[in-house]
Design a protein around this ligand. Structure first.
Ligand SMILES: Nc1nc2c(c(=O)[nH]1)N=C([C@H](O)[C@@H](O)CO)CN2
Length: 119
C-alpha cells in the first residue's frame, strides 16, 4: 500500500465470543484500518467529495458492528473488510480487530487481515 486513509483505535461495543457469558454482555472492540487510495486526487482540488471519507466509513462500521453477534473475531473482521471494499471506493484494506482484555496477561488479542477487490 502506498497512500492510505486510516482509522485508528475505533472502539465499538458488540456481542462477540464463544463462551456463554460472552453471549450476554457487550464487549468493546478496537479497530485499526488502513484503506488504499490516491492522495493526490482530493489534494489537487481540496475537495471532500473526491476523497475517501473516514467519517463515513467509521459511521457505517459502528452501525454494522453494533448489530452483530458473531462467535469469532475472524468472522467479524471478514464482514467488515467486505463492507469497506463493496460499499466504498477502496481497492485494498488492512484491518486489525483487537479484543482488549480477552486473555489475562495480554493487552489485546485478535486478528489482522488484508483483503483486496481483485484476487
Ligand atoms: N482465533 C480466535 N481465538 C479465540 C477467539 C476468537 O474469536 N478467535 N475467541 C475466544 C473467546 O471468545 C475469548 O475471546 C474469550 O476470552 C477464544 N479464542
Amino acid at each position: 500500500m502506498t497512500d492510505v486513509v486510516f482509522i485508528e483505535a475505533l472502539e465499538i461495543d458488540a456481542l462477540i465470543g464463544i463462551y456463554d457469558w460472552e453471549r450476554r454482555v457487550r464487549q468493546t472492540l478496537s479497530f485499526d484500518i488502513e484503506m488504499e487510495f490516491d492522495n493526490r486526487i482530493p489534494a489537487a482540488a481540496d475537495d471532500i467529495a473526491l476523497t475517501l471519507n473516514y467519517k463515513a466509513v467509521s459511521k457505517r462500521l459502528i452501525e454494522y458492528v453494533q448489530s452483530t453477534g458473531f462467535g469469532l473475531v475472524e468472522t467479524l473482521a471478514e464482514r467488515c473488510a467486505e463492507i469497506i471494499l463493496n460499499e466504498f471506493d477502496v481497492r485494498r484494506v488492512r484491518l486489525k480487530l483487537s479484543k482488549p482484555g480477552a486473555v489475562r496477561g495480554a493487552r489485546a488479542v485478535g486478528v489482522r487481515i488484508e483483503r483486496s477487490r481483485d484476487p
